[in-house]
Write a protein that binds this ligand. Sequence first.
Ligand code: GLC
Ligand code: GLC
Length: 640
Amino acid sequence: MTALTSLDVDRAAALAAAEAAGRLDDAFLARFDAQFPRLHGLFSRLYGDRADGQEQLAETIAVASTSWNTRPLDLKVRDAQRLADPAWFQSERMLGGVCYVDRYAGNLAGIRDQIPYFRELGLTYLHLMPLFDAPEGENDGGYAVSSYRRVNPSLGTMAQLSELAADLRASGISLVLDFIFNHTSNEHEWAQKAVAGDPEFEDYYLIFPDREMPDAYERTTREIFPDDHRGSFVQLASVDGAPGRWIWSTFYHYQWDLNYANPAVFRAMAGEMLFLANQGVEVLRMDAVAFIWKRLGTACESLPEAHMLLQAFNAVLAMAAPGMIFKSEAIVHPDEVVEYVSLEECQISYNPLQMALTWEALATRDARLLQDALEHRHALPPGTAWVNYVRSHDDIGWTFADEDAAALGINAYEHRRFLNRFYTGRFEGTFARGVAFQENPATGDARVAGTTASLAGVEAGDPGGEDRIVLAHALALSSGGIPLLYLGDEVAQLNDYSYEDDPARRGDSRWVHRGNRARDQYARRDDVETIAGRVFRRLTKLITVRQSTPEFAGGELIGFRTGHPSVAGFQRVGEDATILVLLNVGDEEVTVDPLTLSGFEGEAFDLMHDREIDLREGLTLPQHGFVWLRVNPLGRSVRT
Ligand code: GLC
Ligand code: GLC
């Protein structure tokens, strides 16, 4: 075993390993030269004290080179296109969709049959929820992976997945898959070997003989799934009468965290990542990024090493699958969320703050926290983008910063308790029908599950329900980056409580918003006498207007305040004109006076209603209403 030494020596070792593994391609070599110093620097910081640092780095390069050699030609062509147009995902035509393969379409063949519908909708990005081999029964919706190289047999095969990726690509849709790299399932081959006592694989996980270290770590870690187990560890079965050992398990007891302090884990997972890249995946959703590095005495979330690891994966990607990008899934404090978003780490990221504040504003009828976030927490480094969404497959956590709330005189703790009561139907007069997720009696913490339609008031029969669904999407579709639809929301799919009868799902209330494809509602989508039809018509109108509005490309926005607390506002500045977006979360109609709008020329164009309007008359926003207006700021040259 050899430890890392100097850049030159380690570089020579890496090239020798790559050469031993096969041909060294010129294009690969050029990218290797560009990326290796960075990767070496990261390895030195992460693994400088490991006896096998150099060896694992060299093996990583060998894996990357081999992966490039076997990368299908059409994907190399796609790489070249992406490198020539790195802003591809900033287009106003981008639209994401997400669904479970089994729940939405039965299997991969069923998903393929849905391509015409995805095109009808205008999708350019499709996130298929985890579809890998996973334990039977409980598997966290596939987030417990038993093999990254095998598709769950009930869904299809890896060959079908690559074909599907190619079909999607031919339809202008990029395949997005999860890279569940923080943990494997307890049935993964590595996990089984670790349990059996194979020292190589014991070092792939964090296993301790007794409670001493687990107790020490748990003094500062957060409980993620307290309904499943307290703390961050679970106990393994006892062997030969000895008490069972303890293994790190942040999420469910059958999801075991990988030990990234071991460079062999990085090397192995880089191989799994590149395997997926070569199946035609264009965006990898980096699951649970905040948790990948642990250090005693810390929360073990968002540590500097977590960023270094992402940068190291990014460098490997840039060598062997340069057209692919990373999407960050960090559902943490907003200061931490943005730290993952950069060209060096994840090019795109969920925007959990805007998502949560959309719901916060709808509940309170007060858009001030949302407005502050749009103005102060929306900016991202050039070349990166938010993924803006109304709902995901996960719970809604109230991840706004306590200090942002305090600045508005809001007590964050009390406010979160209110929001949980409101969205779980426990608040008098609420329009929402949701279910609590992972209520923690020790901390009073909880999160919320429920579909968009149920949370917005449709299930309760609230007259504002439909409008709130549209309003929330009007924000996600206009505030920049990639808007992401949870498929089913476009036909106002309601909660599905049948999970309570399913032993494998009963313990996880997120299944309430993960129902099967709402066939009946889809069948009614052209019938505007139905809620499904009206919501579908209004959301597809938003989508088509967005597609033909170049000002919506990119992600920059400038806040616009009307003085009405129930109104959020911002401008999206384009080359020729500006789009003014105003959204009223309140139950009352609001009139924005002419003076407030006097920075614009009088003539404006209402994009949703295809009509000229005169801002000198002021502007009325109905309850739960919004406008997308093309305006000309005074002092800017008028469009010709
Ligand atoms: C992410 C997923 C979530 C899953 C967890 C563990 O947060 O979105 O569904 O439970 O990671 O993989
Ligand atoms: C995420 C989060 C947690 C979230 C969970 C999925 O990574 O940090 O807050 O709710 O996993 O449910």
